[in-house]
Write a protein that binds this ligand. Structure first.
Ligand code: AMP
Length: 181
């Protein structure tokens, strides 16, 4: 968990490389659908470009389809999901279908200034359509209003762990691995 630009994708990939866990990034999946021009891709393209959230139902259906492909016994790092309380509730039901459960929700804690600097750098490096200053602002707002309540959801269950998300990629990866184990 964490605001846009907190390093969720980078760190999830790091956990995959280090431990052989599987990353399930809804943002990556949506971008893949968009690039391939699938039915889902056509529906979500404009939503992503505006920095808004894709409807829960479509997101959860996509996650279910991806879960079917992941072998039992493999640890999954969700990245960018759940982003609403409804998604978090759906995730519990979904995982039960696959005889799985949430172990913990890890928040990458990063200051707003640090994030803005990172996102503008990513915009220059990667050219993501949703990394313009305007859309970045929108994504922050969406995070504040729709995703922050998800932190409370896991905090109430005693599953929220906070990790300092400022430092080198390696230092943060080590902190994360400690929090995840
Ligand atoms: P991300 O790469 O995680 O920043 O996601 C990029 C965009 O994909 C978001 O701004 C949303 O438009 C969409 N998206 C990713 N994950 C979700 C989700 N869990 N629920 C709804 N929309 C999502």
């Amino acid at each position: 968990m964490g605001p846009p630009g907190a390093g969720k994708g980078t760190q999830a990939k790091g956990l995959v490389d280090r431990y052989g866990w599987v990353q399930l990034s809804t943002g990556d999946l949506f971008r893949m659908h968009t690039a391939k021009g699938t039915e889902v891709g056509v529906k979500v393209k404009a939503i992503l470009a505006r920095g808004e959230l894709v409807p829960d139902e479509m997101t959860v259906a996509m996650v279910r389809a991806r879960l079917r492909e992941i072998p039992q016994g493999t640890r999954i790092v969700f990245d960018g999901f759940p982003r609403t309380v409804a998604q978090a509730e759906a995730l519990d039901r979904l995982l039960a279908e696959f005889d799985r459960r949430v172990e913990s929700a890890i928040l990458l804690d990063v200051t707003r200034d640090e994030i803005l600097a990172r996102l503008l750098k990513r915009a220059a490096d990667q050219g993501r359509v949703d990394d313009t200053p305007e859309v970045i602002g929108k994504r922050f707002d969406v995070y504040e209003v729709q995703t922050k309540p998800v932190l409370d959801f896991y905090e109430k269950r005693g599953q929220l762990r906070r990790v300092n998300g400022v430092g080198t990629v390696e230092a943060i990866a080590t902190r994360l691995a400690e929090a995840a184990n």
